[in-house]
Design a binder for this molecule. Sequence first.
Ligand code: SAH
Length: 212
Amino acid sequence: MDFAAKRAHLIEILEDEIKDRCVLEVMGRIPRELFVPESFSLAAYRNEPLLIGHDQTISQPSIIALMTEALELTGNEKVLEIGTGSGYQTAILAELSKNVISTERIPALAEKARNLLKELDYHNITIHITGNRLGWEADAPYAAILVTAAAPQVPNCLIEQLAFGGKMVIPVGSRNYQQLCRITRYKHGNQLENLCSCRFVPLIGTGAWEDE
Ligand code: SAH
């Protein structure tokens, strides 16, 4: 199977929307087929989310690219990701920043992503299995935070983990429909921008809907 050709084709599709060449270049290199279950490897380069087990999904490539672009990373940042899932987004962030702290609630997903990212030789990623706590306060503040599961509102405990001047990208809204929001934290009030509509699996635990 010529995954390189499929990957190049996907990047051509993303180029319509994504202007950040660094994001496109990194996504043009990372082998997405390794991050999806083997039975889905032929579908790895469709611009679609795919099931990764445990009722979770690897996000759609175009939304991953958009979220990453919105963080405006320069390569020097400490980044927090909520929701490691497959680890694909984690790898992209690791290529574009100094180091990534990623948290995941489901131990089996965290373990699988950890092993794959190690095999792919990433040395600037730490994955923590978190219970009901949201984020990883011990390493805060972060210059950028990316949340890959939907929340009913922007969780305060994550804003508190963001550095002043830092950016957080998070899907916020109802269970079935959200706006992708970018929050820039300032000492006196935060800036909130709506980037696009989207649909993510729900966040679980602190900051989530009450019955999640
Ligand atoms: N970035 C991942 C997306 C995975 S889906 C990828 O592209 O593969 C969202 C993930 O968030 C799921 O793996 C889910 O288990 C995780 N999650 C949900 N609530 C969480 C929480 N409170 N803390 C950490 N991870 C959480």
